[in-house]
Design a protein around this ligand. Structure first.
Ligand code: ATP
Ligand code: MG
Length: 437
């Protein structure tokens, strides 16, 4: 529709005759005239309708798709989301009539429904401006990530989803019937990012991960995406953390710039980045948590959700002016077989999590790059090296000292927007119960 004007641009067209198209967000009839609030991808605008046009709308429900030609005039509006202009309709065309009332009200400030109802009716609930804003922010996070990584000269890779073997061992994988063979859905892109790192040195991409975990939490999905990163010729873990931090320092201001309206609509302010994200060991983090709160988890092998929250929303902002903290040195028992051990302490790994917004958002570390060592580590985890031959082939034929990280796309979106459940930050979420829409 070449002649179509977007609602966002109407304020520059005062007095002109324009054509807009979109959904009928709301409508109201008086005796001789009426109003329709129209919605397109850029906003809302009020259209003033004459009696004959009201007649055309008879029997039609909200969400009918309309094309309106009319004159742009000034309007005094109380609703801050509606442009300060309105359209005096001259010609109304119905592009797609809706005769059934929508199952959930979507024309209020937000959708007032519980999570299951919201998700069951995603087809329409996503059209609510506050809901659609979530995935504008998600898209901007992806664009920011790509721009940062391209700026570093790294190569974007598109990882496969179907695989012949479980990528990280364990039982948490889905199987698919693949021409009468069993295939699995990738748990992570680990194998592929390391193989491609050994060619392009710095690689990144957005992967799909599938985890057949039966538990339901507010931060886990069975299908999710990860921002992947892998870098060769590193000297220490710092070389990897630098890019985890660099990416976030690029992505978050990018979102603030590109999605200012969406963040405002959702009432979001991002946590401070600070000068530099602090780096502390897990042991140190648990000690600080004990001193700060009186809760002793110092014998735990990992941070509890409460400790993650305290570290990134209380301790790091207070001590370092940052809402982010790297926690390093996780025990070997808690990390996969490909994570490099600490040369001074074989129970310890050269690994890190980035905790921000109260939650783990990144896991990363250095990788084993020696063939014999990798075979031994697979055995130590009780796995069979024969099942990982594609993986260990790269070790046999030379991979440099290297490391990388994975950052959950939906986990990050959830936390950037302060959403209670990760499913709100997942366009079509899958969990144990849910496979639709
Ligand atoms: P967690 O400890 O939060 O369960 P993890 O350590 O098992 O996560 P990793 O394999 O380290 O997960 O995954 C890397 C990143 O992917 C995590 O930091 C997180 O952002 C995201 N992630 C992991 N598991 C899930 C999941 N089930 N659903 C959504 N995102 C996830
Ligand atoms: Mg992790």
């Amino acid at each position: 529709m070449t002649s179509r004007t977007l609602i966002r641009d109407l304020s520059h067209k005062m007095g002109e005759t324009v054509t807009i198209a979109g959904w009928m967000h709301r409508h109201r009839s008086m005796s001789k005239f009426g109003f329709a609030i129209m919605r397109d991808r850029t906003g809302l605008v009020q259209v003033v309708l004459e009696a004959s046009q009201l007649e055309q709308l008879k029997g039609l429900q909200v969400e009918s798709v309309l094309k309106v030609t009319g004159v742009v005039v000034e309007k005094k509006s109380k609703d801050p989301h509606v442009k300060e202009v309105e359209i005096q309709c001259k010609l109304l065309e119905i592009l797609s009539p809706v005769r059934d009332a929508v199952p959930v009200n979507i024309n209020n400030a937000d959708v007032e429904a519980n999570l299951d109802t919201l998700l069951d009716n995603r087809v329409v609930t996503l059209r609510n401006p506050k809901q659609r804003a979530i995935f504008r922010v998600q898209a901007a996070l992806v664009h920011g990530y790509r721009e940062y990584m391209e700026g570093q000269g790294f190569t974007e890779i598109f990882f496969p989803i179907l695989a012949g073997a479980a990528s990280e061992g364990g039982a948490e994988f889905f199987t698919v019937n693949y021409f009468d063979r069993e295939a699995t859905l990738t748990q992570s892109a680990q194998l592929y990012k390391q193989i491609t790192m050994a060619v392009y040195e710095g690689v990144y991409g957005l992967s799909y991960s599938f985890r057949a975990e039966k538990f339901a939490t507010s931060r886990h999905l069975t299908e999710f995406n990860q921002f992947e990163f892998e870098l060769g010729f590193v000297e220490s873990m710092e070389d990897v953390m630098e890019h985890a931090e660099g990416a976030l320092r690029y992505m978050l201001p990018y979102v603030e710039r590109e999605c200012a309206d969406e963040l405002k609509l959702r009432g979001v302010t991002l946590p401070p980045l600070g000068e530099k994200f602090p780096r502390i060991s897990l042991a140190n983090a648990l000690q600080l948590y004990k001193e700060g709160t009186g809760i002793d988890e110092t014998s735990e092998p990992d941070l509890s959700p409460a400790a993650e929250k305290w570290l990134s929303t209380v301790w790091a902002p207070k001590e370092h002016g940052s809402g982010f903290v790297f926690v390093t040195d996780y025990p070997a028992s808690k990390r996969p077989f490909y994570v490099k051990l600490d040369p001074n302490n074989p129970n310890n790994t050269q690994s890190f999590d980035l905790v921000g917004f109260g939650c783990e958002i990144i896991s990363g570390g250095l990788r084993v790059n020696n063939y014999e060592e990798q075979i031994q580590r697979i055995k130590d985890k009780g796995l069979n090296p024969a099942d990982f031959e594609d993986y260990t082939m790269m070790h046999k034929y030379g991979i440099p000292p290297e490391g990388g990280f994975g950052m959950g796309l939906q986990r990050l979106t959830q936390n950037v927007l302060g959403l209670a459940n990760i499913k709100e930050a997942t366009i079509f979420p899958r969990d144990v119960q849910r496979l639709r829409p």
